[in-house]
Design a protein around this ligand. Sequence first.
Ligand SMILES: Nc1nc2c(ncn2[C@@H]2O[C@H](COP(=O)(O)OP(=O)(O)OP(=O)(O)O)[C@@H](O)[C@H]2O)c(=O)[nH]1
Ligand SMILES: [Mg+2]
Length: 449
Amino acid sequence: MSLRDTIVALSTPLGRGGMGVIRLSGPSACSIAEAVLRFPVEAHWKSWASQLAYLPDEHGATIDQAVVSFFEQPRSYTAEDVVEVACHGSPVVLQFCLDRALRAGARLAEPGEFTLRGFVNGRIDLPQAEAVRELIDATTLYQARVASQQIGGSVSRRLRPLKEQLLELISLMEAGIDFAEDDISVASPDEVLRRMRPIREGVDRLVSTFRSGRYVFEGFTLAIAGRPNVGKSSLFNRLLERDRAIVTGIPGTTRDTISETTSMDGIPVKLVDTAGIRQSNDLVESLGIQRSHEAVADADLTLLVLDLSEPLMEEDRTLLAALADRRPVVVGNKCDLPRRLESNRETMPVSAVTGDGVDELRKAILHRLTPEGLATPETGVITSLRHANLLRECLEALDSAKRAVEFNIPHEMLLLDLYAALQPIDAITGATTADDILNRIFSTFCIGK
Ligand SMILES: Nc1nc2c(ncn2[C@@H]2O[C@H](COP(=O)(O)OP(=O)(O)OP(=O)(O)O)[C@@H](O)[C@H]2O)c(=O)[nH]1
Ligand SMILES: [Mg+2]
């Protein structure tokens, strides 16, 4: 794939619509647009301005009117000349316009190539480019907000000062080794440790945002479990805000697991209603109960539902014990009825029928999953597994560097660890060159003045 030629693509979805936009990017964007379109007066390419044009067929008859916008390099999405042709959104017209552009010398863009060019031309960095896709794929406004912050550079903004500190430390150590005879004092172990600490803390803090960052995009699975008739399906419907599952007063109503997706505070949640768990001789019911156990095992979090209007039963006790190590959120349902269950403070009283306590329950669920609170988009959140893994690699290397200092291992070896810590950061923000380090040594240490 050459990045020199001029590419073209339909930038709006295929199909009929009020408008459709065809985007050209590359050195011949303007001349190709001139070959495809007819301008009433001569085309004038003023950056960040629009002009009217006509799309003629082979015989010169007008097919459509278009508004043509021009973005002169480097102030464009790709940092190349970009021309956007906004026609009416008719698939045949748009296809015709696209074909004409191809015949005039443009190449059909590969998926994501406009953004790739923005990255290759240094307009945006890798996390920003990756976030463009997350923004387009966003299914909740909260996701869009987080992605948009990342397009604005929130990840790099948080990484940059850490990388800066790491580079300072590396330069300091390199200088100590390379220019030892020039009276450059070698950094003391305490000094090295003192400089390493804030870097490690910063990277660690960023990695910890991944937990909630992951939930932002992938959402989480919430299983609702309990013995029969405690109101699991009623609670499922209440959380879903519609009557999806069958509710009756007959224990054993739900036979199979049912799942539906909703959102809590902009986070996608897959809710799973399960069959009430008890000893059963009925084949169908016991198969359903088997599935309940599987649903609980697969879930990120389980709501264990009790019935406050009845004393605690043997089945409740068994479930409380069986699920204890999964730390379920224990819910006391039917709090609207006279109370006959002594529960501890951890049990959240709710009523699936009146809705009492449901808001608090939602909060408790989110709090349980992201105890540090949902990272606000402003603070910068790591949402990509790739970034999280790279940052973990960086932490490991920093830990190994710390051990090297503590064991008084020679600086040459320690430097290897520091470079190993720098590499994954580079893989996110873009590479550091030998010049970056040399320049730093020469500028901050005034060697060879
Ligand atoms: N008063 C009151 N009744 C409730 C409440 N929640 C559920 N019920 C009633 O309890 C009965 C059982 O409700 P379901 O939601 O079907 O219970 P379940 O846990 O799904 O039962 P199985 O599917 O059989 O395991 C129904 O008659 C509901 O109307 C509540 O908060 N208050
Ligand atoms: Mg049910």
